[in-house]
Structure formats: structure tokens, C-alpha cells
Write a protein that binds this ligand. Structure first.
Ligand code: GLC
Length: 723
């Protein structure tokens, strides 16, 4: 039996059976109207043999966007995907899932529609993989909520979905500064050394990350006093210099007598249980661990409040990791694999037995059957992990976010996670996990951004320069020219890989990277303003071109993005390329930025262009009748001077830009405590007329305007801002 309700003008919900409440969405179901008959649906839905199957026939031109964080291009057609949060560090196109499970699709056929499947277990998507024109989605259950969005453009359908998600997470303003990470800067000396290099090279930076080695034996909420003596005063000393330390927190809690987190968790039954109702044991970084039962609200609150020990030492940001959860091995599987190896001892292994043995060892890591071995306590009943797998990382992050809010209600913390599902955007951001120093991963990073935003996760970015493998300077430069625009701009790399800090290569690369990072600080007024408007208005920050332009080319473009309302980006992602083809869907102002100085600008007409781009040039396209707001660079966000800003614009008729600003630290923006400066530029009779309207308190005193008109006209002027 299916129950149907109309959720809003675009959306109906079909409820099959009695689904688990994932709390992915947050809307008022009281306002939803119950429908007695099934309206016409864009796809077939069938309940069959304990599954729900959805099918759709795609026209030759149909594109399927979405699935958030996943492999392959923006158009998912041709691929086979699973939504099952997976710790898989090799992000190749044959993989089916990554760390997030994001069940939202936008089908761009003759009549576009959107689909969100609210279901916490595995779902498979065959999008024209088996049969070119056919899409099949299988849910191995008869309990699920299906949300279908219709009667609108791709952008309208996305915004309608976004409106059901509740309020988005707002990162603090300093989290828009450049951030440096490495597995690991494992001692105070190593952190100092890195920061000295930033200072000597005069490269701005806002945060340095502490990977697992800062802890005592990989125990959450501990700091190894030998490696980081007087940690608290060190945190404060760095903060005074504008640098925040960001520690990692892992999902697994080390089993060790005398370790408070372990003992409290066992005593209160806050860990996931095995089928004997004892805490389930798996192995991760510290060896044997228990997993906190984040689906149990009491355990969630308990773990969330543990962050206090680090907050009390002055920490203002965290990254939550290994929360798919990742399992290196379980004891019994390890034992049976060892037994198998022992039996093979002295044997003459042939192809089958040799690969059988190596496969047995390799598949110890995140074995799918290990996810069936443990249980959560949800509302008094035990639920097998596998059926709610995708809620784990999300609820770990929720635990942190709710805990941090209770610990320091006013402060905005930096928080992001590796695993996620839809709903997590209310609590935190994500980073896209363990990519590689491969050129292909610059493109993959770009392609995931709009799809992740569609799922309501706005604070996001990839490991710039690549996590695994050795980067070269060229790769890091080109990657940074993309990360320049992602809310999270963090350079992170793995143990035993080549050093990858901006000064780790040669002088030329250091100079180029320094300019790119300074340019980032110049862009912060625009990036932060666009991000915060997306937070407040339930919007998106990144969009594919087809959200704004309806021509056929725009729907084909897989390597360019719209960033906020004014910008289009087209980064270089091929090694040794001296430039690239760019599709310009309307006349735009192109700025080949080398430093923060506004030089090398020109109007580029609608069409396909080969744009030459030397290694140091970042292409930035300003849309017609749009404005870009820039500041002078600074060594960190706290030192940005926002009293004098530059406005760069291309105006053929009228451009209106709402510049948002707030204190960037507290949650006061929720109460409407923020400023909006409305900058209006009209171009008429070969002249620019500029008007400014102020709402709320801000620090802006002076604008330096650089305006370009359609016929080559250019004007610069200064404007004082009255309060
Ligand atoms: C995981 C994370 C990575 C981190 C490493 C060690 O692989 O994804 O970012 O550096 O663990 O903690």
C-alpha cells in the first residue's frame, strides 16, 4: 500500500510500508495534503519480491545529474552506482560508491523531474549501463519514502528539494581562508616548521590540521603531551597569530582499560552491539575499537559533549573521519583468513588458490558482511547496521554539531566529515575523501561540487593536490586554481607521499601558489557572501551551466561551473596544457588572474573559444550584468580589511549585487543580525550610474569600482559609503 502526500507545489511523497525515520529532511508534514489517487508519475514504480524497483526510459538526449559525491561525470548516464557509504581510496570510474550516500537525481529529459529516495540502506542505480536507454533503480526493501519533484526547471526542482532540508550549516568566516594539512604534522616542532615556512614565504594561511598522530595511541579526545607539550597554550599562541589548529576525530573508540571514553561507553551501553548483545569489536587505526552507537540519541549526546575537552583548550574546528564506518578487519574474519593461509602452507598454489588467498586478505578491509554483524539501539529495538548503514557518518557529525552547540552555543565551529548522507548539510560540510594526485581527479573534484550542493551540503572541497600519490608542482597549481573557489580550500596529502605544501617544490611554483592563495583572500568577500546567501536562502553555491542557460551546449558542459550568481570557472585540468577550450554561454568578462591586481581583462563573446592560459593564469569569467566583490589580500581572514572593497563588473543594462556580511563568528545571522549592501549599476547612454543601499551594520566605507560596458567602455571610480 502506498500513501501519497503533496509536500509542496513541485513535490509529492510516496510512502511505501513503514520506513525508518532518517531525519534527512526537516519540513512540516502537517502542511502536506494527503492525495487519494496517484497522480501521473514520470517513472514506473513496482513493488516486487521484497524490493521496490523504479524504471525509466531515457530519450537519446536525456541526462541524469546528481548522486552527490560519486564517481564519473556530472551526467551519470552509462554508469552503475550504489549508495552505500564506502571507504574506498581509489576513486576510479569503475567504482560504484564513495564516502557519501546521496540519493538525489535530476532527470533532464523532455520533461525534467527530480527524485529523492529517503532510505538508509543500499540502493543500486543502473543508469543506462545495462541497456543504453533504460534506467533501473533497486531498493532491496519494501519500506521507503520516494519524493518526486516535477513541473519546474532543473534549478527550480533543486531549490524545491533544498527547501525541505531545514537550515544549512554555516561555517565561520575564517574557514574560507587557506588551510594546510598533511598526514601528519605529528609534533609541535613539525607544525612550527610548516608555519615558519608560511611566514618566510609570506603565504597567507588560516588553519593547520592535526591528523591522527596528535593523539595518544589514536585515542579520540586525547592529546599526546610528549608531541604537543602545553597544548592549550600552544593553541592560544597560534590563534593570536591568526592560525587555528584543526584536530581529526575518528569514529572508532580504542578498547583500553582506564581510557575514560571506552569505559563510559561500555558502562552506559553507548556502543554498537554484536548478536550476543555485547559491544561489537572491529579494528581501525588504534587496533581494536568499539563504534559509538550514534543512532541512539543518548550515545549521540554523550559523544558530542566529549569535544569539550578540546574546545576548552581553544580548538574551534574538527574533521570527523573513518565514519562510514571504516573497518580494517573483524577478529573472526581475520582468524578464518589466517586459518586458510595456514592450510595453504607448503601447498603448490595454482592460479585459483593463490588469488583466492590474496583476495581473502584484501577483502578483510570493509567486508560487506561485517556490516551485518552489529546492531544499533533505536527507540528500544535493535536494528541491524546494514539496513541503516548510510546514517552512521551523518549521525556522528550530528553528534559533534549538537555537542558543540551545547558546549558553546554562540560560536560557529568549522566541522566537516568524510561519510555523509542527505540531511548532514544542516550540521556540517564534507570533504571528498582520499583522492589521488592524478589530473583526472581535478576534473572529478569539479564535477562532484554541484551534485553535492544539490544535496544541501554547501561547505565542501577536495584534498587539493591529491591525497595519495606524489604531486608535482604543476598539478598542485592547476588544482589550486579550482580550489580557489571551493568553500573548503585545503591542501592535504597522505603519509609517505611527496611533500605538497605550497613551498615544497621550486621557486617558480612557490611564487605562483603564493599568488593563487593571496587571490583566494581577495575573493573571500564574494565567496563568503555567496555561501552565506545560499545558507540563508536554502540555495546552492555551485551550479552546472544548464541551471542558468538552456542551450544544448550548456547541458553538455562537464568541466566548467557557475560559482554563485556572478562567476563561471573553467580550470585547466590536463598536464602540460597551455590553455583549454571554454564554452562561454553569453558574453562575459574574462579575467586571467595572476595576482590580485586586476589586469588582463577582456570581454569574450558567446561561443566556444580556445583560451590560452599560462601556468600562473587563473581564468575567472564574470557573467554579463554581474558584479564581483574583491578585497585586498591579507595574511589571514581575521586581518582582512573589509572597509575598502573593489567591484569588478560587466554591465550592459543593469547589475544588482547584494553583498552579505556578518561577524562570521557567531550564530547571530540566524536572528537577522547581518548586513546587506545592495550595489546597483545601470549602464545607459554610454554612462554608468551607481547606487548603494545599506541594510544592517557593516564595516564597508569605500568602494573602488572598475566597470566595463558592452562597447569597450571602461570606467573606474571611487564611492564613499554612508552608513
Ligand atoms: C583517512 C582520511 C585521511 C587521513 C587518514 C589518516 O584516510 O581520509 O584524510 O589523513 O585517514 O587519518
Amino acid at each position: 500500500m502506498v500513501k501519497i502526500v503533496r509536500v509542496n507545489n513541485h513535490c509529492i511523497r510516496l510512502r511505501y510500508g513503514k520506513p525508518i525515520d532518517t531525519e534527512s529532511l526537516e519540513y512540516d508534514i502537517q502542511n502536506a495534503e494527503e492525495l487519494q489517487t496517484l497522480p501521473s508519475l514520470p517513472l514506473e514504480i513496482e513493488e516486487k519480491e521484497n524490493t521496490i524497483k523504479l524504471s525509466y526510459i531515457m530519450g537519446e538526449a536525456t541526462k541524469v545529474l546528481g548522486l552527490g559525491e560519486n564517481v564519473r561525470g556530472m551526467n551519470k548516464r552509462g554508469g552503475l552506482y550504489e549508495s552505500f557509504c564506502t571507504d574506498d581510496p581509489i576513486h576510479t570510474p569503475d567504482k560504484k560508491s564513495l564516502y557519501g550516500a546521496h540519493n538525489f537525481l535530476l532527470v533532464a529529459g523532455d520533461t525534467p523531474f527530480g527524485l529523492f529516495i529517503d532510505y538508509p540502506g543500499k540502493i543500486t542505480y543502473d543508469i543506462g549501463h545495462t541497456v543504453h536507454d533504460e534506467m533501473y533503480i533497486t531498493i532491496n526493501d519494501v519500506h521507503a519514502d520516494l519524493y518526486i519533484f516535477q513541473h519546474g526547471t532543473l534549478k527550480e526542482l533543486t531549490l524545491s528539494f533544498r527547501s525541505l532540508m531545514g537550515n544549512s550549516y554555516a561555517a565561520p568566516k575564517w574557514a574560507f581562508g587557506y588551510q594546510q594539512s598533511r598526514w601528519s604534522y605529528g609534533t609541535k616542532e613539525e607544525v612550527d616548521k610548516i608555519l615558519r615556512a608560511f611566514e618566510v614565504n609570506e603565504i597567507p594561511c588560516d588553519a593547520v590540521y592535526l591528523d591522527i598522530d596528535y593523539m595518544e595511541d589514536f585515542k579520540d579526545f586525547t592529546v599526546d603531551q610528549h608531541k604537543f607539550p602545553k597544548f592549550e597554550s600552544y593553541v592560544r599562541e597560534l590563534k593570536n597569530k591568526g592560525i587555528r589548529l584543526i584536530p581529526i576525530i575518528d569514529a572508532g573508540v580504542k578498547i583500553e582499560q582506564g581510557y575514560e571514553v571506552y569505559e563510559e561507553g561500555v558502562k552506559n551501553q553507548f556502543f554498537c552491539l554484536n548478536n550476543q548483545q555485547e559491544p561489537f569489536v572491529a579494528a581501525v587505526w588504534p587496533g581494536k575499537v568499539h563504534f559509538p552507537d550514534f543512532l541512539n540519541p543518548l550515545a549521540r549526546r554523550w559523544f558530542g559533549l566529549k569535544y569539550k575537552v578540546l574546545v576548552d583548550m581553544g580548538i574551534e574546528g574538527f574533521w570527523n573521519d573513518m565514519n562510514e564506518p571504516s573497518i580494517f578487519y573483524t577478529e573472526d574474519r581475520m582468524q578464518s583468513t589466517i586459518d586458510m593461509a595456514k592450510q595453504s602452507e607448503g601447498e603448490n598454489l595454482n592460479i585459483h588458490s593463490f588469488f583466492g588467498l590474496t583476495h581473502a586478505f584484501q577483502s578483510l578491509f570493509n567486508h560487506p558482511d561485517d556490516y551485518k554483524k552489529f546492531y544499533h539501539q533505536m527507540e528500544g529495538t535493535l536494528i541491524n547496521h546494514k539496513s541503516v548503514h548510510n546514517l552512521y557518518g551523518y549521525n556522528m557529525t550530528r553528534s559533534a554539531a549538537e555537542g558543540l552547540k551545547e558546549i558553546d552555543p554562540d560560536r560557529r565551529f568549522l566541522l566537516f566529515s568524510r561519510a555523509s548522507t542527505i540531511g548532514q548539510g544542516r550540521y556540517a560540510g564534507i570533504w571528498t575523501g582520499d583522492n589521488y594526485s592524478w589530473w583526472e581527479h581535478i576534473l572529478l573534484n569539479l564535477q562532484m561540487m554541484p551534485a553535492i550542493n544539490q544535496c544541501g551540503i554547501l561547505y565542501t572541497g577536495g584534498d587539493t593536490g591529491g591525497f595519495s600519490g606524489d604531486a608535482n608542482g604543476q598539478l598542485l597549481v592547476r588544482w589550486s586554481q579550482l580550489s580557489l573557489f571551493t568553500p573548503l580550500f585545503r591542501n592535504h596529502s597522505a603519509l609517505n607521499t611527496r611533500a605538497q605544501e605550497p613551498f615544497a617544490f621550486d621557486e617558480k611554483i612557490t611564487r605562483i601558489l603564493k599568488n593563487i592563495i593571496k587571490l583566494r583572500y581577495t575573493l573571500i568577500p564574494y565567496l563568503y557572501s555567496e555561501y552565506m546567501k545560499a545558507v540563508i536562502q536554502h540555495g546552492v553555491f555551485f551550479m552546472p551551466l544548464c541551471f542558468e542557460y538552456e542551450d544544448d551546449f550548456s547541458s553538455e558542459v562537464e568541466d566548467q561551473l557557475l560559482v554563485g550568481e556572478s562567476l563561471m570557472i573553467a580550470p585547466v585540468y590536463r598536464e602540460n596544457a597551455k590553455g583549454r577550450y571554454v564554452y562561454v554561454p553569453e558574453d562575459m568578462l574574462m579575467w586571467k588572474a595572476v595576482t590580485e591586481k586586476i589586469e588582463k581583462t577582456e570581454i569574450v563573446e558567446k561561443g566556444i573559444h580556445y583560451i590560452e592560459l599560462a601556468l600562473e593564469e587563473t581564468p575567472i569569467f564574470i557573467r554579463k550584468n554581474s558584479l564581483l566583490i574583491l578585497s585586498k589580500p591579507a595574511m589571514n581572514v581575521d586581518n582582512l580589511d573589509l572597509s575598502e572593497l573593489t567591484v569588478l563588473g560587466y554591465v550592459s543594462d543593469e547589475a544588482v549585487y547584494v553583498y552579505f556580511d556578518d561577524d562570521g563568528v557567531t550564530r547571530n545571522y540566524v536572528k537577522g543580525d547581518y548586513a546587506e549592501v545592495v550595489i546597483r549599476v545601470v549602464y545607459e547612454h554610454n554612462q554608468f550610474a551607481v547606487t548603494i543601499e545599506n541594510k544592517g551594520n557593516h564595516t564597508l566605507r569605500k568602494l573602488h569600482l572598475i566597470l566595463m560596458g558592452p562597447d569597450g567602455s571602461r570606467e573606474e571610480r571611487e564611492l564613499l559609503i554612508d552608513q
